[in-house]
Design a protein around this ligand. Sequence first.
Ligand code: NDP
Length: 290
Amino acid sequence: SKLTPVTVIGLGPMGQAMVHAFLDKGHPTTVWNRTASRATELVAKGATRATTVAEAVRASELVILSLTDYQAMYDILEGASDALAGRVVVNLSSDSPKRTREAAAWLAKRNAQLLVGGVMVPAPVVGTEAAYAFYSGPRALFDAHEATLRVIGRADYRGEDHALAQLYYQAQLDIFLTALSSFLHATALMRAAGVSAETFLPYAVDNFNSVSSYLAGAARNVDEGRHPGDLANVIMMGATASHIVDASAEAAIDVGLPSAVKAHYDRMIAAGRGNESWTSLIDAIANRTG
Ligand code: NDP
């Protein structure tokens, strides 16, 4: 085969899906996993099993990691330091921006380079048209390997700072997880009054579909640092935030999520900025109210 060989270390649901995608496209694929049995099905399909980490790292210039966190990378690669020279490690594991930058330095000391990735779709979508991933690190490194990485999904390069892909990933999941919890919280509020989740559902869907229309104006205000007051000012929205906390307390459901939102409004009102648009909450959230 003329296709680029790849090594995939970490065979959880994501790593397995990636190996399937590489094998389907015909890439010679070497695999290693701490729990060796997770490689069995992949080997039957044509992957090469490395018996040691060093063997896995030596098998391909491109070494893809799909692990729970960055600590797992150290646990795995520490014993194979000598094999790392000249390797391009593509770490697709989730972790903090700081730990991501530290990993770039750790690999550089071993003459290896790091590309950071954040895959934005669940395992069943990996390798399909709908799949995409954020990448960051040296531009030349990304350009050299984009064609291979495209097998996983569309590759969206975000910049040289290694932390950027991780930040885009965390920011997207910040929105996603908070939105999912807000839906469940609102549903719990309704269920406490005997309204089923299915009865409330179409209203929630309508809300999710319309909320994106507010974002462009909000982004403009945030970047310009101007929050002209309008109908949706901090005092008006803050009263609503307060009523949601009251309604939650009356229903004896968790008040943590609405209380966190209410606190943003309270801080802006305390800062004397109650007549500004709700978008001014960015300053409370960014801890810039003084
Ligand atoms: P997991 O998070 O469950 O990762 C499991 C892999 O990490 C396994 O191969 C496991 O080995 C290995 N591992 C964990 N700790 C260690 C360690 N200390 N030493 C050696 N190996 C270790 O699997 P996923 O495939 O779900 O996710 C991989 C990454 O992709 C995560 O960072 C996740 O956040 C991200 N992601 C996941 C998505 C999903 O839908 N699942 C979607 C998008 C991103 P072993 O088999 O031996 O336990």
